[in-house]
Design a protein around this ligand. Structure first.
Ligand code: SF4
Ligand code: SF4
Length: 372
């Protein structure tokens, strides 16, 4: 399995990291067998969090770590935003993991500007990490953000985090265009180790696992994908994909973005060739729709399982209020924008019916059931 340098940490990580969340779903003995299989297969990065099962994931991983600490780069996360909470959480994690130090300690699931201010401010989590580092309990500081790229970018600009973990996949690139446009270049510029999570968009890309993983591994700056597994088959598939990885060519990426079933003729690719509309900022409205529900509800009939999957995932990042506030600030009624326009937008280059989608986006962003 290929190994890459994780930014300024200098650590050499396998391109497949093993996340500990899904170990909650299986008995401890099976979890131990999976972790051993992963390490035996050339993987070297184990990641968990204090909050996963209130320590249960750490306890399961700890059964392997106590035997194989020298073979792995170990990471855990704390949800504490203050110094004392961070130190307490880390001590508990070290006990659960049967080790005296972790390699990476994450500020976990940082969501808002207020979170960033608390972490970086006096008495904040970063002070806790720095004390832990002096005491030899943690080596590097990392941050994870779920679906709020602006928060991550602000945090990285204000503090030299060693590593950053973000959603990255070919579906959410359309919903959060800042991830590839701004976050990746920033990480490269600052030599922040970039760790990708959610390569399958929380399972939405289950039909195209191989392409989804290859896409993320091919992104510039990405050191590894952290993926969870709750079965031997799932882990073996990921290991096999990592072993066979070859970078996607530009043509392959273009074809994927054009033809991917999950994008279809509804999801806005946020491409650079969007025709300029004289009345409304089309791309901005569709970006807000991506923030709102990842453009997952598209007005098309679905089978009950597919509808249920979309319904479960569309508000995963809980950005609805942010998206609606952004739409209100535009001061536009997108449901009426195309009335009487002789611009006559046909399908755009990706087949999107732009006037229909503007009306549907308004329906979501304004909560306006009259729009349909
Ligand atoms: S051309 Fe279509 S896919 Fe591209 S930005 Fe415009 S609406 Fe979105
Ligand atoms: S039809 Fe709608 S989206 Fe197209 S140019 Fe006219 S107002 Fe703009």
């Amino acid at each position: 399995m290929e190994h890459r340098v994780l930014g300024r940490t200098g650590l050499r990580v396998s391109i497949l990291g093993l996340g500990g969340f899904h170990l909650l779903e299986i008995p401890a003995d099976e979890a131990v067998r999976l972790v051993d299989l992963y390490l035996d297969s050339g993987g070297n990065y184990l990641e968990t969090a204090a909050s996963y099962g209130d320590g249960e994931s750490e306890l399961k991983l700890g059964r392997v770590v106590r035997r194989r600490r020298d073979e792995c780069i170990l990471a855990t996360k704390t949800g504490a935003r203050d110094k004392e909470g961070c130190l307490k959480s880390l001590d508990n994690s070290l006990k659960n993991l049967h080790t005296d130090h972790v390699d990476l300690l994450f500020a976990h699931s940082v969501a808002t500007d207020d979170d960033v201010s608390r972490i970086l401010g006096p008495g904040g989590m970063v002070e806790g990490f720095l004390q832990a580092k002096r005491e030899g309990k943690a080596r590097f500081l990392a941050i994870s953000v779920h679906g709020q790229p602006g928060t991550m970018i602000r945090a990285l600009k204000e503090y030299p985090f060693d590593a950053a973990m973000s959603t990255l996949n070919y579906f959410d690139r359309c919903n959060f265009p800042e991830l590839e446009r701004d976050l990746i270049p920033l990480c490269i510029e600052k030599n922040t180790g970039l760790i990708a999570m959610k390569p399958l968009a929380d399972g939405f890309l289950w039909r195209n696992v191989g392409l989804a993983m290859r896409y993320v591994w091919s992104l510039p700056g990405v050191a590894m994908i952290v993926a969870g597994a709750n079965s031997r088959e799932m882990l073996e598939e990921d290991i096999s994909l990592a072993g066979a990885f070859a970078p996607m060519t530009g043509d392959e990426v273009s074809a994927l973005l054009k033809d991917a079933e999950e994008l279809g003729d509804y999801v806005c690719r946020q491409c650079d060739e969007c025709p300029v509309c004289p009345r409304v900022p089309v791309k901005d409205i569709f970006r807000l729709e991506g923030y709102y529900d990842r453009q997952m509800r598209d007005g098309k009939p679905r089978t009950p399982p597919e509808f249920a999957l979309r319904d479960r995932l569309r508000f995963w990042f809980q950005n609805r209020e942010m998206a609606r506030a952004g739409y209100a600030r535009l001061g536009i009624d997108a449901s009426k924008a195309c009335d009487g326009c002789d611009g006559g937008c046909g399908p755009c280059r990706y087949g999107l019916d732009v006037p229909f989608k503007l009306r549907y986006a308004h329906y979501k962003l304004a909560g306006d059931v009259e729009a349909f």
